[in-house]
Ligand binder design. Structure first.
Ligand SMILES: [Zn+2]
Length: 491
């Protein structure tokens, strides 16, 4: 078990955990948001982040500190906590993005980490190579090799009780991401940012982002705290958490405020387009859109940044509550309705339902079937796997309704979309207590038919019949011919 990270609760791939940051002597509850602080221009003072917003951790850029003479001198003399006036944990980014954009800089991994240690960082970051999406494979491999060499060097640097992160790269090659995750997990480094996914998010490629993270997660152990690096929009936090990400950093709250952009969990709005403020934070209850528009630029920026942060932290709390309640995927479904590309992201997440199934609790409150995507959730996958292990009598009637012909068979099981068949004794166990709409959708029927098929395939000698209420022909085609079909609606 990784000493700095402990899991408290899980739902789908999401988890509530505790990240112990010894150098700051604080424990951060995850999923956590790290507001990004630019030491040269703090839109919201770090002390206010802690006191008003409850921020337990923030992130700042060691490259900017290094490059600004007076800030560097003060950071080296007094330490980051004093410089920023922040009581929580402080993570420093190495500035890989700046380095990759402005060309190589002649510093070693040792020097980079030693500088972050000298300024009092609690979690430091080596300089990795953030390989962008879609590059030729050879480049992705070579750059990953360089990143891995640097992580191995970082492992040997004496950094005291400062935690050190191990970025996971590999561009858009899932096998490289997985190998990178496995390599990083094998080091004794502490926190695992999935790197270079910002270009994917900027292009609304949430499905590709999900595939990259899912691959990284396959390589990383369950006890590895994972940072979705550069993901600061609250609209996608639930999706990120459901994939198994624990840390998010947001520069968006400040950057968007600078451009008069107003964050919501359903997307970004321009202040000029708003007639109402759909939020109950202190900014939005004490201003009208006209009030905000009338403020001087710097005041408006600060008010918008405060609103953006309120929305962002509220979403993190909502996600934690959803994990506790066991309905995280229902929150993801809601957020997936915000934008078609978010729906792509959710559908990609469900492509990895068997991976999520491993961390998903066996029992929760209630399964709500609220969209056709619900039929692909890990609970359905798990039920279908379980069907292979249930013992089946010689003859079995599977029925959506009452066991109308139960007497002719050894036993009769219920059939409920989207799960399919199960013994009546399991009717009151999760997830078969599901709330399902009366007007069932085709995806749920198809999933139920797949369950019937799974049962028939694993019990080729059993005599099976399916009583259904007018299932469409293309759904029934999923059921093997050996299963007798009885349509109750034909009587
Ligand atoms: Zn607000």
């Amino acid at each position: 078990m990784r000493e700095c990270f402990e899991l408290r609760d899980t739902d789908a791939g999401g988890r509530i955990g505790e990240l112990t940051v010894p150098r700051a002597d604080v424990t951060v509850e995850t999923p956590a948001l790290l507001p990004v602080i630019n030491p040269n221009l703090d839109t919201i003072a770090p002390r206010r982040l802690a006191d008003e917003f409850g921020a337990e951790i923030l992130i700042t850029n060691s490259y900017i500190i290094h490059g600004t003479d007076d800030v560097r001198k003060q950071a080296l003399a007094d330490g980051l906590h004093e410089l920023l006036d922040f009581p929580g944990a402080i993570m420093t980014d190495s500035g890989s993005f700046q380095l990759s954009e402005y060309g190589d800089i002649d510093v070693t991994t040792e020097e980079i980490l030693e500088f972050q240690h000298a300024i009092g960082s609690d979690i430091a970051t080596p300089v990795d190579i953030p390989t962008p999406p879609d590059v030729p494979r050879q480049r992705a491999e070579e750059e990953l090799e360089t990143t891995q060499e640097r992580l191995e060097i970082a492992e040997d640097v004496d950094t005291g009780d400062m935690l050190v992160s191990a970025p996971v790269q590999g561009s858009t090659y899932p096998d490289l991401r997985e190998a990178a995750g496995r390599h990083a997990d094998g080091t004794d480094l502490d926190v695992f940012p999935v790197g270079a996914v910002v270009p994917l998010m900027n292009d609304y490629r949430y499905d590709d982002m999900v595939d990259a993270v899912a691959a990284a997660k396959r390589g990383l152990g369950a006890d590895a705290p994972v940072h979705l690096f550069g993901a600061g929009h609250p609209m996608m936090f639930a999706l990120g958490v459901a994939m198994g990400c624990d840390l998010f950093d947001s520069a968006a709250y400040a950057l968007y405020a600078r451009d008069d952009r107003y964050l919501t969990v359903r997307g970004t709005r321009l202040l000029e387009d708003l007639e109402y403020l759909p939020c109950s934070c202190s900014v939005c209850t004490s201003h009208s859109p006209d009030d905000l528009r009338a403020l001087p630029d710097d005041e408006r920026e600060e008010e918008l940044a405060a609103h953006n942060l309120h929305v962002t932290f509220a979403e993190i709390r909502r996600i934690k509550q959803a994990i506790r309640a066991g309905n995280l995927l229902e929150l993801v479904e809601q957020r997936a309705r915000s934008h078609p590309t978010m729906l792509d992201g959710y559908r990609a997440l469900l492509d990895h339902a068997d991976q999520l199934e491993r961390s998903d609790p066996v029992s929760k409150g209630a399964f709500f079937h609220v969209s056709s995507e619900s039929a692909r959730r890990s609970e359905v996958v798990r039920h279908h796997q379980r069907l292979e292990r249930l013992s089946v009598p010689d003859s079995l009637f599977l029925t959506e309704g009452q066991p109308a012909r139960g007497d002719e068979f050894d036993d009769s099981w219920r059939v409920e979309p989207p799960f399919g068949p199960f013994p009546r004794a399991l009717s009151r166990s999760y997830p078969l207590t599901a709330e399902v709409p009366e007007r069932t959708d085709r995806a749920a029927l198809s999933a139920a038919a797949d369950g019937v098929a799974r049962l028939a395939e694993t019990n080729p000698d059993a005599d099976l019949a399916l009583g259904h209420r007018g299932w469409p022909a293309d759904v029934l085609e999923r059921v093997p011919e050996s299963v007798e079909l009885i349509d109750f609606t034909e009587d």
